[in-house]
Design a protein around this ligand. Structure first.
Ligand code: F0G
Length: 457
């Protein structure tokens, strides 16, 4: 087989700024060792997130010009609605400015004290929006999904037995809906199988609990199903996506991922009453239901992006380019979550910096060193992001895994950028014994990783 190539050529470029190691050391200090506080201009290769960082296509940019900015009933809304409905089969399509806005609306309707929301793994904003209402967010990932070096096809699957026991214990009446996050971002970008979605739905049906998909990486998930699940090899991505959504009663979507845009999202529902309530909140917080926090041009770009994301040449290149980085690291024995996920490589910081305890935030130490040495910005997905304090003992309850995510923006970096990233990771790994732990000196009560300040130990 020949080399899998980028299925596009480059029409417009954006220069990146080179800095010296001494400059980066200063930048790190000024940013209190938190990558979110580093000015983007001081970053050489930005792997902080794959969200809102995609390169748009010429057709998407043409759509930006062509967008209809009418307040009500915009032509761009109808194109967007048709694209989303075509893929999801869901009835009511409500645009929001990004994924968390859809979450906020949904959970402010169905959440509240005494309620529970199960998920394979909540993403941080999803968890925060559930908990903000007083409800409890519960992660019920299969055990295999928590073992970074175990190789399996669908490590994002919901633990269906655990879900059933949970429903029995807490009572179906206290569970307004159950979510499945595809792919499982917080658990290594691992996919969920069609069988698992189908079986989860079958169980929930018994209890009349609706199933919602957190669908922001639906196309990457669909591609993994096509490649790995028996019976799907000859189905198109659109057919697979339609089947996944056919088991769902609704979804939240951050269009900043698999709709290839820089801003946007939506909430899609089948329940008319819920849709009416959601639109009423939307008007207060986001905007009129035919734009909901977005410009007409954004809706146009999302509609176009949803057509492009299901292209198999694109998905083949996308998944292969992430795997390519993974292979380079595995070959050098760098511990990563295996197999590589859909949108990112996750370093296993527990084994990478095994001399540091969770209280010393090994993931954050690696994040800082990748920047110091190579100007690469990444993010910790471990005890900084998901750790909790036990108020009675003043000790940290660590996250299940200590990971560092190298998220790959869509259509942005070339193979030589990725070769450079691998070289820097290998160098940090070779000198891993010199990595120093950190302590948090300042933090917010929720989503602390975005703004926390650190000091090197
Ligand atoms: N759900 C998942 C699984 C996500 O990964 C994200 C965002 C959201 C919901 C929220 O969407 O950002 O549009 O409000 N993830 C980004 C990331 C921020 O870096 O993984 P949003």
């Amino acid at each position: 087989m020949k080399t899998i190539i980028e299925p596009f050529k480059i029409k417009s470029i954006e220069p990146i700024k080179f800095t010296t190691q001494a400059e980066r050391e200063e930048v790190l200090q000024r940013a209190f060792y938190n990558p979110f506080l580093i000015p983007a201009d001081d970053v050489l290769i930005d792997l902080l997130t794959d969200s809102g960082t995609s390169a748009m296509s010429a057709k998407q940019w043409a759509g930006i010009m062509d967008g209809d900015e009418s307040y009500a009933g915009s032509r761009s809304f109808f194109r967007f609605e048709k694209a989303v409905r075509g893929l999801t089969g869901l009835k009511y399509i409500i645009p929001t400015h990004q994924g968390r806005a859809a979450e906020k609306i949904l959970f402010s309707i169905v959440g509240g004290p005494g309620k529970y929301i199960p998920n394979n793994t909540h993403f941080d904003t999803t968890r925060a929006n559930v908990e903000f209402t007083g409800a409890e967010a519960v992660d019920l990932l299969i055990e295999d999904g928590k073992k970074p070096d175990l190789i399996a096809d669908f490590k994002g699957n919901m633990d269906i037995q655990a879900l059933e026991s949970f429903i029995e214990k807490r009572g179906a009446e206290n569970i307004p809906l159950c979510m499945i996050t595809i792919t499982n971002n917080s658990g290594g970008g691992q996919p969920v199988s069609m069988a698992n979605i189908r079986e989860t739905k079958a169980l929930l049906r018994k209890y009349s609990i609706p199933l919602f998909l957190d669908a922001c990486r639906f196309a990457e998930n669909a591609f993994f199903i096509k490649k790995r699940e028996p019976g799907y090899a000859n189905k198109s991505i659109v057919e697979i996506a339609r089947e996944m959504f056919s088991y769902a009663d609704g979804c939240t979507m951050s269009a900043k991922k698999d709709a290839l845009v820089n801003m946007g999202g939506f909430l899609a529902l089948n329940d008319a009453e819920l849709a009416t309530k959601a639109r009423n909140i939307l008007i207060v917080t986001e905007g009129f239901p035919t734009y909901g926090g977005l410009a007409g041009r954004d809706l146009e770009a999302i509609a176009q992006g949803l057509e492009e994301i299901v292209d198999e040449h694109y998905l083949t290149y996308r998944i292969r380019s992430v795997e390519y980085l993974g292979e380079k690291l595995i070959k050098a024995n760098v511990p990563i979550v295996r197999p590589p996920g859909g949108h990112a490589i996750y370093l296993d910081a527990k084994r990478f910096a095994s001399h540091l305890s969770p209280e010393q935030y090994p993931g954050q130490a690696i994040v800082c060193e990748l920047y110091r040495l190579g100007g690469i910005r990444t993010v910790e997905i471990g005890s900084v992001m998901f750790g909790r304090y036990d108020k009675s003992t003043h000790t940290l309850i660590p996250a299940a895994m200590e990971l560092v995510r190298l998220a790959i923006p869509r259509r942005v970096y070339t193979q030589s950028h990725i070769d450079y990233v691998a070289e820097v990771v290998l160098e940090v790994y070779a000198n891993r014994n010199t990595l120093k732990g950190l302590v948090i000196t300042e933090e917010a009560p929720m989503l602390r990783h975005f703004t926390a300040k650190f000091r090197v130990l």
